[in-house]
Structure formats: structure tokens, C-alpha cells
Design a protein around this ligand. Structure first.
Ligand code: IPE
Ligand code: IPE
Ligand code: MG
Length: 247
């Protein structure tokens, strides 16, 4: 089926996921298959980011969360880390106008204190500029690890209890969720990972508790909005039971 047909089918089926999260994987292998250096795989992955942002807007998804750089990715060779950081800045510089014009609210989430001052300033600038947009929330996870996010939330809770802002008995799933980066988003309904890997790699551990998982063999730079629609169609065929008996 073509993209437009898939989109029509998706609308016929009814509800699309409110929040889609994607582990964008396979840039390195895409480059290796072409005898190119890994950074060129990452560069090529930017096109796929554009595709899924546009696809998510067309599908009327509310929140798109993209895992772009993990806390563990800091352990990669400096050359690759630097290439990824300059690509982030380039992405912001190139896409800011378009994202803003399309009504995308961009949030860059993770330990931004480890970013270069230039990259951190660009990230802050884009977040401020697009803060009032309402069509799609695009969460870009950079320098992010889910365990670190949970440790941060635990510290925030402990600080609030110590300072008398929160009673110990009031610590529950809601008060913890409110201290995660994603506090104002619904949990992901659908988690996509590209490149055939079958793992979570420390992404949104708390939030994906009941997400439907969709593993695609496609390498990230080859991922198009058609692939996104196929994932949504697969999601629509799932039976989400949340521990209950099927109706
Ligand atoms: C995903 O592609 C991008 C990042 C993790 C930054 P990879 O760079 O992990 O590509 P593979 O897994 O080596 O193919
Ligand atoms: C996960 O991909 C992180 C991102 C996509 C940003 P990795 O390629 O780093 O994960 P592992 O090492 O295969 O688990
Ligand atoms: Mg990888």
C-alpha cells in the first residue's frame, strides 16, 4: 500500500496512538553497508527524523518521543560523539523555522549539563521558541538514560519530603511520574525500535510499562513515514488488555 492508502486505512481503523516513542537505531550499520564512516549514517538519519515528524503530524499523533543519544553513548569514540553533537546543532539550525511553522513544540530532554555550551544554548533556544505550539510535542532525548531519570526523580521526591513540601505517605505513582521529564505527556502507547534489535537500552523504562512494542528490521536512515504508518496499523490490530480479561 502507498502512504496515502495506509493513512486512510489508519483513520478508518479508529484511534491512533496518542504517544509514539522511537529508538532510532541502525545508523552505523547503514553506513557500514555503504563503506561510509559512521557519522554519515547519523547524518542520513536526520532525513528519517523529518519523515517521522511529518508522518506523526499527518497521523495526528499528540506526542513523538525520539531517542537520539543515550547516556551510554557518551562512551563512543570522541570523533563520533562530536559528530553527533554537531548534527544536533545543525538539525536545530536547519529545522527550527519549519518545526515552529508546523506547530511543533520541541523539548530536548536528558542531562543537558553534559552538552557543549553551544549545543545547550541551541537546545534551550528551540524549546523556548516553540513552547507555545500545540500541534505535536516532539521530545528529543539527548544524553538520556531512564535509570538516571528515575534516580533524579527519587532525589526530587526526597528533597520535597525533607523540605516539607510533600508528605512521605503522598509518594505514589503519580507524584513520581510528575518528577520525570515526561510529566506532562501521556505514557507511550507504542514503542518502535528500528534495525532489528530486540531491547529497550535504558529508554523510558517507567513510561513504557504498558506500551505495545514494535521491532522493525529497517535501519533508521531508511525509515520513512510509510514504515511509521505500518507500525501504527500493527498497533491498531493489537489487543491491549492492561492485565484484565479480554472483553
Ligand atoms: C543509532 O544508530 C544512533 C545512536 C545510537 C546515536 P547507531 O549508531 O547505534 O547504529 P548501529 O547500531 O551501530 O548500527
Ligand atoms: C540506543 O541505541 C540509543 C539510541 C538509539 C540513541 P544503541 O545503539 O546505543 O543501543 P545498544 O548499545 O545497541 O543497546
Ligand atoms: Mg545501535
Amino acid at each position: 500500500m502507498e502512504g496515502a492508502e495506509l493513512l486512510a486505512q489508519m483513520r478508518l481503523n479508529g484511534a491512533v496512538p496518542r504517544h509514539i516513542a522511537i529508538i532510532m537505531d541502525g545508523n552505523g550499520r547503514w553506513a557500514r553497508e555503504r563503506n561510509l564512516p559512521r557519522p554519515l549514517g547519523h547524518r542520513s538519519g536526520m532525513k528519517a527524523v523529518r519523515e517521522v515528524v511529518e508522518g506523526a503530524i499527518e497521523a495526528e499523533v499528540e506526542v513523538l518521543s525520539l531517542f537520539a543519544f543515550s547516556q551510554e553513548n557518551w562512551q563512543r569514540p570522541l570523533l563520533e560523539v562530536n559528530a553527533l553533537m554537531s548534527l544536533l546543532q545543525e538539525y536545530i539550525a536547519r529545522e527550527a523555522d519549519e518545526l515552529d511553522a508546523r506547530g511543533v513544540r520541541v523539548r530536548i530532554l536528558g542531562d543537558l549539563s553534559r552538552l557543549s555550551p553551544g549545543a545547550a544554548a541551541a537546545a534551550e533556544g528551540l524549546m523556548t521558541r516553540t513552547a507555545g505550539n500545540q500541534r505535536l510535542t516532539l521530545n528529543l532525548f539527548i544524553s538520556y538514560g531512564a535509570r538516571a531519570e528515575l534516580v533524579r526523580a527519587a532525589r526530587l521526591l526526597a528533597g520535597d519530603v525533607r523540605d516539607g513540601r510533600l508528605a512521605l505517605e503522598d509518594i505514589d505513582e503519580d507524584t513520581l511520574s510528575q518528577r520525570l521529564y515526561t510529566s506532562d505527556c501521556p505514557d507511550p502507547d507504542l514503542l518502535i525500535r528500528t534495525s532489528g534489535e530486540q531491547r529497550i537500552s535504558n529508554f523510558l523504562l517507567w513510561q513504557v510499562a504498558y506500551a505495545e512494542l514494535y521491532m522493525s528490521p529497517v535501519l533508521w536512515p531508511d525509515f520513512t513515514r510509510r514504515h511509521l504508518y505500518e507500525a501504527i496499523l500493527a498497533f491498531q490490530a493489537r489487543d491491549r488488555r492492561f492485565g484484565r480479561v479480554p472483553v
